[in-house]
Design a protein around this ligand. Structure first.
Ligand code: LLP
Length: 437
């Protein structure tokens, strides 16, 4: 894909040197709302959701997409996806709470947590949320909570760890013997037989091998292992599955030299295998679930930021901006690449290499290293791309810098969907004991 098409894929283009996002002039947005700021493109969320849905429908009709809420919890985003018919994958009771507050019905939520407490289980059972267990030891505790609350035990699901994962960084690979997630193969039969003995009647199965997978073939081996264990459980225990959940993990092209993940290949390598085992095996007539976060939300957002300082220290050129790892932590935490571009490229003749750095008092506050950009000046605006997944949700008020606002773009109009935090928010929950007053 050439660079202009790569930008277009994200609904970005230069018109007379000015960067437009979702048909709007980014400099005008920055000047109207201030920086740093998250800008979200509603149509991109819908587009990515529909692309996936169409792919699923073409391979396996009985399917559901559960948006991984951890990637973006903004209520407007959840409403947009609700209106598309999405389901929702939550990793905590807080995420479930946000979904319920967004009027998402309980039967559209799956709770794929880990290291569950009894309070987590109580919250889930009281709200009738389907739980996807992460350890054999949790089963009896969950059953007890159903009994205590007096609700019937119907659905249960376990997360399988296929011992072979993938991801853009070691921290985002979620399968393997050394990894905390899921249940290894040798405990899977026990998990389902105990669940049945405890009175659960309907069964699902889940795996999530990691996050940020751009080569669909990375799914091949774990999917084969997954399909094999599903067949084995069905055969040994005579269990029929109500759903098979392949998790999320689909990556996006953060770098201009990266192509989007090949959805056809994903369909062949992952989704079609369920069809085969359903037709040829005896595992029931399950729904196919997937839980994508990044694929749906990442490319929907950019961060607009303003340069406040150009520093040439004699060795290196730094462009100091008003967004830091408090605003977007992925580059610092994972060495993740986020493409950074100028909002006005009319002054293109001279190009230099800059380290793009934030205002946080740590040397690791680098958003982009050695980026070749047109000559920059103090006051210029930059756009940091692909910030819609694990961007705002992982931001913090570190260095007592209030979190930024979020603006939604739809149909050429802007809507504020989150106020910027204020200094008062920094103090909101702090208490001073009387003796220190
Ligand atoms: N399902 C489960 C059980 C998960 O743990 C995750 C992500 C997903 C679905 C969604 O994965 P996605 O489709 O978004 O790749 N903070 C990291 C990513 C951590 C992902 C954790 N689990 C990052 O910024 O790259």
């Amino acid at each position: 894909m050439n660079y202009i098409d790569w930008l277009k894929h994200k609904d970005l283009e230069y018109r007379q040197g000015i960067l437009y996002f979702a048909d709007l002039n980014t400099i005008e947005i920055a000047e109207k709302f201030g920086t740093p700021i998250y800008i979200i493109n509603e149509q991109m969320i819908r587009k990515r959701y529909r692309e996936l849905k169409d792919k699923l429908n073409s391979v396996y009709k009985k399917n559901r997409i559960f948006f991984a809420v951890k990637s973006n919890t903004n209520l407007a985003i959840l409403k947009i996806l609700s209106s598309e018919g999405s389901f929702f994958d939550c990793s905590s009771t807080g995420e479930i709470y946000i979904c319920l507050k967004s009027n998402i019905p309980a039967d559209r939520i799956i709770y794929t947590g880990n290291m569950f407490t009894d309070d987590d289980f109580e919250f889930a059972v009281k709200n009738e949320i389907l739980v996807n267990l992460d350890s054999l030891s949790q089963l009896k505790r969950l059953a007890k909570i159903y009994e205590k609350i007096g609700k019937e035990k119907i659905f249960i699901s376990f997360r399988f760890n296929p011992e072979f994962g993938a991801g853009h960084h070691p921290h985002t690979i979620t399968a393997g013997k050394e990894i905390k997630f899921g249940i290894l193969e040798h405990q899977m039969i026990k998990a389902y037989s105990e669940a049945r003995e405890l009175g659960f009647k309907k069964f699902g199965i889940h795996q999530h091998i990691g996050s940020g997978i751009i080569d669909a073939t990375d799914y091949e081996k774990p999917t084969d292992t997954f399909i094999a264990i599903i067949g084995k459980i069905a055969k040994i225990l005579g269990i029929h599955f109500e759903f098979v959940d392949f998790g999320g993990g689909l990556g996006i092209p953060y770098h201009p030299k990266t192509n989007p993940i090949d959805l056809n290949k994903y369909g062949e390598i992952v989704l079609k295998k369920l069809k085969v085992v359903v037709e040829e095996g005896d595992i029931g007539d399950p729904f196919l679930f997937i839980e994508p976060g990044r694929y749906i939300s990442a490319e929907s957002s950019i961060i607009l930021t303003q340069i406040n300082t150009i520093k040439d220290n004699g060795f290196k050129l730094f462009a100091g901006i008003d967004a830091g790892f408090n605003t977007l932590i992925r580059p610092t935490l994972y060495g993740a690449y986020h493409h950074i571009i100028v909002c006005d490229e009319s002054n293109k003749e001279k190009v230099s290499k800059y380290d793009i750095v934030g205002p946080i008092c740590e040397s690791g506050d680098v958003l982009g290293k050695k980026r070749e950009l047109p000559e920059l000046s103090e006051g210029d605006y930059l756009a940091i791309l692909d910030a819609g997944a694990y961007g705002f949700t992982m931001s913090s008020p570190y260095n007592s810098r209030p979190r930024p606002a979020e603006i939604l773009i739809n149909d050429g109009k802007t809507f504020k969907i989150r106020e910027a935090e204020t200094f008062d928010d920094l103090l909101r929950n702090q208490l001073v004991p009387d003796y220190l007053k």
